[in-house]
Design a protein around this ligand. Structure first.
Ligand code: KIV
Ligand code: ZN
Length: 521
């Protein structure tokens, strides 16, 4: 029997981006949206337009680009939020308004201070209003998994009668377990008139590590849309991981009788893109996209694998976009080979960025014998438009002593071609280098966090540094990479300084990520 299709609703840019440390700039969000379209997700939840002007602009920019998938925006059950979503998503040919209201007793009493009937009235009003704008309306009873079953069925029935075309059941706090969630979905199937005429959806958080298992239980009980994020990013312990749930449905197709439209060979590149942008790298043993996901160390496993791969391998690395050999390019590789590899890794660079990336690649290939995929990704993070001027790092020199302050000198090239130099001392080489950068750029930063990730393998691997810094009470995140980790840290801080200077130049006072005026759910 042919498998039935199931929709993949990606909320990396909404629920994922809401997580601390995962905020993205507009340009980064556009890159992720394009990658999600290449991955062939059915719906992109691009943001929560009423949360802040920055969120509105980014949802609108994604919708206006119209990459292909349905573009959805989130709204609370009030006219202002709904109107904002409509204005933000209407540029996309296919668009959706997603309204939500909490339904559990805990939320009713302590957060909303609303009675059961008032909540139903608010949900019905919101769905009806959204339906006046669009035909595609999703409704979510927040904290559904902790809502009394009979009341949940009542709310869902009312939302369907009001015109909801998708009803999403969230396990907002990651509390449920698979058998219980299966019961909940079967209960709704049995008690909600008209439920078979709409798309039933599932949205799980991972607080007890069961987001994927709970989503699959819901699917087994009849859900036909899964809400998930790349690398499972999201608030607290995150959301259901897209790559895991998609590969579970694919690998066990005979069990579920379902198929997604996901281009699974784009899973790994998309995962790398999101981790490079957010600086949140999946652990090595993360299913599907972790570095060890397809590594077989134990002798007995290796022996079995050599006899027949299926002895210990239930998926092939190439099915998820991991190339067998990720040793890609060297000193003699040409521009074409470089550009093709960049594209395969899921990056879309314009001509200017490709030229700059290629120059950096050539420099790196002189410093480092083997250039791996991870090195190329790190180069791209350094050269993409967000790291362009007004200042480029031309030279860095540091001196450290075990019993003295470190000293650093930097030389920067400004947009006008002029060079500026400064030297400073500090507790360590990074602190000294950042102080020297501050003298040239005039942008003081307080370093809050410094995270180092190895971009590839070997002693000469590049270090990918993600810094979190503060400037005038705002928090910013920057990325930089180099075979020298102090230089990588310097590049990450300079990226932030450049961003602040560019915004100042355009007369915009506040940074986009994160925005303290942003409403939270
Ligand atoms: O977790 C949740 O309940 C949500 C809803 C807004 C769908 O993210
Ligand atoms: Zn959520």
């Amino acid at each position: 029997m042919a498998s039935e299709s199931i929709r993949i609703f990606d909320t990396t840019l909404r629920d994922g981006e809401q997580a601390p440390g995962c905020s993205m700039t507009l340009r980064e969000k556009l890159r992720v949206a394009r990658a999600l379209a290449d991955l062939n997700v059915d719906i992109i939840e691009a943001g929560f337009p009423a949360a802040s002007p920055g969120d509105f602009e980014s949802v609108k920019a994604i919708a206006d680009e119209d990459f292909g998938p349905v573009i959805c925006g989130l709204a609370r059950c009030n006219p202002e939020d709904i109107e904002k979503v409509y204005q933000a998503v209407r540029g996309a040919k296919r668009h959706r308004i997603h309204v939500f209201v909490a339904t559990s007793a805990i939320h009713r009493e302590h957060k909303l201070k609303m009675a059961k009937e008032e909540i139903i009235k608010s949900a019905v009003g919101a769905v009806k209003m959204a339906r006046e704008y669009v035909d595609d309306v999703e409704f979510s009873p927040e904290d559904a998994s902790r809502t009394e079953l009979a009341y949940l069925a009542e709310v869902v029935t009312a939302a369907i009668e009001a015109g909801a075309t998708t009803v999403n059941i969230p396990d907002t706090v990651g509390y449920t377990v698979p058998a219980e969630f299966d019961r909940l979905f079967r209960y709704l199937k049995d008690h909600v008139p008209g439920i078979d005429d709409i798309c039933l959806s599932v949205h799980c958080h991972n607080d007890l590590g069961m987001a994927v298992a709970n989503s699959l239980a819901a699917v087994h009980a009849g859900a036909r849309q899964i809400e998930c994020t790349i690398n499972g990013i999201g608030e607290r312990a995150g959301n259901c991981s897209l790559e895991e749930v998609v590969m579970a449905v694919k690998t066990r197709e005979e069990f579920f009788g379902l198929r997604t439209g996901i281009e699974t060979t784009r899973l790994y590149p998309t995962s790398r893109l999101v981790s490079s942008i957010t600086g949140m790298h999946p652990p090595r043993n993360k299913a599907i996209v972790g570095e060890n996901a397809f590594a077989h160390e134990a002798g007995i496993h290796q022996h079995g694998m050599l006899q027949h791969a299926s002895t210990y391998e239930i998926m092939r690395p190439e099915d998820v976009g991991i190339s067998k050999s990720n040793l890609v390019l060297g000193k003699h590789s040409g521009r074409h080979a470089f550009r093709d590899r960049v594209r395969e890794l899921g990056f879309e660079l314009d001509e200017f960025e490709t030229n700059r990336a290629f120059q950096e690649f050539k420099k790196l290939a002189d410093r480092k014998k083997d250039v791996y995929d991870g090195d190329i990704e790190a180069i791209i993070m350094n050269v993409d438009g967000t790291s362009s001027g007004p200042y480029q790092l031309a030279a860095l020199e540091v001196q450290t002593h075990t019993d003295q302050d470190a000293r650093a000198s930097v030389r920067l090239v400004a947009e006008d071609g002029g060079e500026r130099e400064a030297s400073a001392t500090g507790d360590g080489p990074v602190a000294a280098a950042v102080q020297a950068l501050e003298q040239v750029t005039g942008v003081p930063l307080t370093l809050v966090n410094f995270e180092l990730h190895s971009a590839s393998v070997g002693e000469d691997a590049q270090g990918e540094v993600t810094v979190t810094v503060e400037h005038e009470g705002q928090s910013y995140r920057g990325n930089g990479a180099s075979v020298d980790i102090v230089e990588a840290g310097c590049r990450a801080c300079l990226e932030v300084m450049n961003r602040i200077l560019r915004r100042r130049h355009r007369g915009i006072a506040a940074a986009v990520p994160p925005d303290p005026t942003r409403a939270t759910i």
